[in-house]
Design a protein around this ligand. Structure first.
Ligand SMILES: Nc1ncnc2c1ncn2[C@@H]1O[C@H](COP(=O)(O)OP(=O)(O)OP(=O)(O)O)[C@@H](O)[C@H]1O
Ligand SMILES: Nc1ncnc2c1ncn2[C@@H]1O[C@H](COP(=O)(O)OP(=O)(O)OP(=O)(O)O)[C@@H](O)[C@H]1O
Ligand SMILES: [Mg+2]
Ligand SMILES: [Mg+2]
Lengths: 255, 255
C-alpha cells in the first residue's frame, strides 16, 4: 500500500525518466495501481505521459512550495490505473526556496498522507542532489539508481552512496537501494568492463540482475505519450522493464 | 582575449562535459591558451582532465561562495596551455546559498578580472537552470547548447530559449547562442527526423553546421584524463570537434 520508489541519480541522461515511466507501465500491466510524481522542472515524465507541462495549474510545485494537498494535484493519464502528479518549470525555484523551511526534507513524505490509495508511488528526480531529490529519498522505501556503464556515471555512484548514508542517518534509516544498468550495449567494450566492475563493487545486494539494453523504441514512446509496454509490447526494452518489475517484487523488501 | 564560452543545457547527459573538454583540446591544438572552469558538483570536467575532485582544496566553490580570487584556484593539466579551475561536491550547496547575495548572478563575471591571460575561457555547466548556470550565462560571450536529436532534449530547448531571453534582458544583452547536435547516429530514424526539425526551427543562425556523431573513443578518453584529440587524434569525434572549433572561429561574432 503506497510503497514508494524514488528514481534518482545526480548524473544526467541515465534513463531516470524512462525507467520511471517504463516501470510504472510494467506494474500497471501486473494489475497494480500506480501514481507517478514528476519532481523535475524539465517535466519529462509529464511529457512522456502525454500532458503539456505549462498548461498545468496544479503541479508538485504547489504541493512542495504552497502546502497544497497532493490529491488536488493528481491527474489521470491515457493509461488506466496510472495517475500522475505533473510538474512544470515553476518547480525550478524549489532548490532555492525549499531549504529555508524547517524540516524541508520531509515535506514530500508528509504530503503522502493516509488517503492515497495506490500500490506503488514512483518519484522521477532531477539530475541533482539538491533539496528536491533529498525530499524524494526521505520519502522513499526503495531508491533505484539508473546508471550507464560509463566512466562519469560510475563516478556519480560515489556521491549517491554519500547521499544514501546521509538520508539513512537522518530521516529514513530503512531505505533500500538498488543500482540498475541502463542503455547497455554489449558490443561496447567500455560497457562490458564497467558492468563487470559494478558487479564486483556492489554485488547482488546492490546491483539488480536485470539490465536494460539500448532500444530505439524507447526514444519513440514518449512522443506518443505512453509507456513502452503499451507502445510496443514485445520490444526488448518492454520485456526487460517487465523483468525489472518482477525482480523487484520477488527480491526486494516489502514490495 | 578571455573570450568566454558557456556550455549549458538543463537536459542531462547531452555531452556538455564532453564538448567542453573536446572543444578546449581542439582550440589548444590551434595554438590558443585555454582555461576551462568546472561549474558542476559532479566534477566530471575535473575528472576528464585527470584530477581527483575531493583532493582539491581550492575550487570554483571557493570563488563563488568565499570570494576567493579565481587565479588562486587555477591548476595545470597534463596538456600544455590548458588550465583548469576544478570543482568538487562542495559546489552542491551553491544553488542554496548563492541566491541570497545581492547581484548573485554576476559573481562569476566579476571574478574574471583583467589579470587573466587566456584566449578562451570555457564553462561546463550542471544539468539545471539554477543560480550556477545563470552565473555562466551572465558571464558568457557565447552559449553553446549541446543537444541530442531526441524528444526530451528537443523539448529542453524551450526552457533554454526562455533562459536566454531572461539573461539578455538583465545583464548580458550581447550574448550569442548556438545549438550543437551531439551523440548523433544517422541510422536512428528519430535522430534524422529531429535533426531536420532543428534545422527548420533554428536555421543557420541558431544551429551549428558541425554535428558530433556517436564515437566510443569519447567514452574512453576521460578515463585517461585527456581530451579526445590528444588520445586518438584521427578519430571521427576528434575531427568533428576540430571542425566545431573552426566553424566557431570563422562564423561566430568576436571569436
Ligand atoms: N534503453 C534505452 N535505449 C535507447 N534510448 C534510451 C534508453 N533509455 C533512455 N533512452 C533515451 O535516452 C535519453 C535519456 O534518457 P532520460 O531522459 O530518460 O534520462 P534521465 O536520466 O531522465 O535524464 P535527465 O538527467 O535529463 O533527467 C532520452 O532521450 C531517452 O529517450
Ligand atoms: N559523441 C559521443 N559518442 C559516444 N559517447 C559520448 C559522446 N558524447 C558523450 N558521450 C558519453 O555520453 C555520456 C554523457 O556525456 P556527458 O557526461 O559529457 O554529458 P553531460 O551533458 O555533461 O552530462 P551531465 O548532464 O550529467 O553533466 C558520457 O558517458 C560520455 O562519455
Ligand atoms: Mg529525466
Ligand atoms: Mg557534464
Amino acid at each position: 500500500m503506497n510503497y514508494t520508489i524514488a528514481i534518482a541519480n545526480e548524473k544526467g541522461g541515465v534513463a531516470k525518466t524512462t525507467t520511471a515511466v517504463s516501470l510504472a507501465g510494467a506494474l500497471v500491466q501486473m494489475g497494480k495501481r500506480i501514481l507517478v510524481v514528476d519532481l523535475d522542472p524539465q517535466s519529462n515524465l509529464t511529457l512522456a505521459l502525454g500532458h503539456i507541462p505549462h498548461h498545468k495549474e496544479m503541479t508538485i510545485a504547489s504541493v512542495l512550495l504552497n502546502s497544497e494537498k497532493i490529491s488536488n494535484a493528481i491527474t489521470q493519464t491515457q493509461i488506466e490505473n496510472l495517475d500522475l502528479v505533473p510538474s512544470n518549470s515553476e518547480l525550478g525555484v524549489a532548490e532555492r526556496f525549499l531549504p529555508v523551511r524547517k524540516n524541508y526534507d520531509t515535506i514530500l513524505k508528509n504530503s503522502l498522507g493516509g488517503f492515497l490509495d495506490y500500490d506503488y508511488i514512483i518519484f522521477d528526480c532531477p539530475p541533482a542532489l539538491g533539496a528536491v531529490t533529498l525530499n524524494a529519498l526521505t520519502a522513499a522505501n526503495l531508491l533505484i539508481i539508473p546508471t550507464q556503464a560509463e566512466y562519469f556515471s560510475a563516478y556519480a555512484l560515489k556521491n549517491m552512496m554519500a547521499a544514501i548514508r546521509q538520508v539513512r542517518s537522518q530521516n529514513n534509516p530503512m531505505m533500500i537501494y538498488r543500482i540498475l544498468v541502463t542503455m547497455y550495449d554489449s558490443r561496447i567494450r567500455a560497457h562490458r568492463t564497467l558492468h563487470e566492475q559494478l558487479i564486483t563493487t556492489f554485488g547482488k545486494d546492490g546491483l539488480l540482475e536485470t539490465i536494460v539494453e539500448i532500444d530505439t523504441k524507447l526514444r519513440e514512446s514518449p512522443i506518443i505519450g505512453i509507456p513502452i509496454m503499451h507502445y510496443v509490447s514485445k520490444s526488448r526494452s518492454a520485456l526487460q522493464y517487465r523483468a525489472l518489475a518482477e525482480e523487484l517484487i520477488e527480491n526486494v523488501g516489502e514490495m
